[in-house]
Design a protein. Structure first.
Length: 213
């Protein structure tokens, strides 16, 4: 949990300041044509997404979950209703208008739907006291929450690999290059989150040999 908390803290320390200043000129995402409110939807997504990321760290912390189950329940409600739900809705809006091309738009909308869907399934399961299903769906939800971290790791790698190919593969087009980097990062992070979470859920606990205690 320590390394994860440090990684989330470092990511938020880098990502939040341009949007807490409420200055569109400091946005790291270009303004799409014909959507002047894009920046403010992005600010809302970042703020509610921060709640979701912090909530996810708290929710998957085994010690906190076992020691303070009441806090776990309240933090879970904050994660769902003050984090994922509003952040996911904002992601649908800004994702559908992404300036990084149609391929990235499809990925952003799909990832927002998956994020909302996994979270809703987990919330519904706990309401119906299906605690094992709740755990499985919330692990998937947390993986989607943290997929943005993977996105930020894939992006510079894709940039380094593809930049020398701008004159050939992209015909000298910086736009095609930037859209390709965004698409690889977006699709790659979603695929990684879903695959990793499923591998974790499908793992088999190591069994001790008979007679070993």
């Amino acid at each position: 949990m320590g390394p994860l908390a440090l990684l989330v803290g470092a990511f938020l320390a880098f990502s939040l300041p341009p949007y807490l200043a409420f200055d569109p000129a400091r946005s790291r995402v270009p303004q799409p044509d014909g959507f002047p409110a894009h920046y403010w939807f992005l600010v809302a997504h970042v703020i509610f997404g921060t709640v979701a990321m912090v909530g996810a760290v708290l929710q998957i912390w085994p010690w906190l979950r076992r020691t303070y189950p009441v806090f776990h329940r309240y933090a879970g409600r904050a994660y769902v209703f003050a984090g994922v739900l509003p952040a996911g809705v904002m992601a649908l809006v800004i994702g559908s208008q992404s300036p990084f091309g149609p391929t990235t738009r499809v990925s952003d909308v799909l990832s927002a739907l998956l994020w909302l869907g996994c979270t809703f399934a987990g919330w519904r399961a706990v309401r119906e006291r299906r605690f094992d299903d709740h755990r499985r769906w919330m692990i998937r939800s947390a993986a989607m929450t943290f997929s943005i971290l993977v996105n930020r790791l894939i992006s510079p790698i894709a940039m380094v690999v593809l930049e020398p190919r701008i004159p050939t593969l992209f015909g000298g087009s910086e736009l095609a290059y930037s859209q390709s980097v965004a698409a690889i990062s977006s699709w790659g992070s979603v695929a990684f989150a879903l695959i990793l979470s499923q591998l974790y859920l499908d793992r088999r606990p190591t069994r001790k040999p008979a007679g070993v205690r």
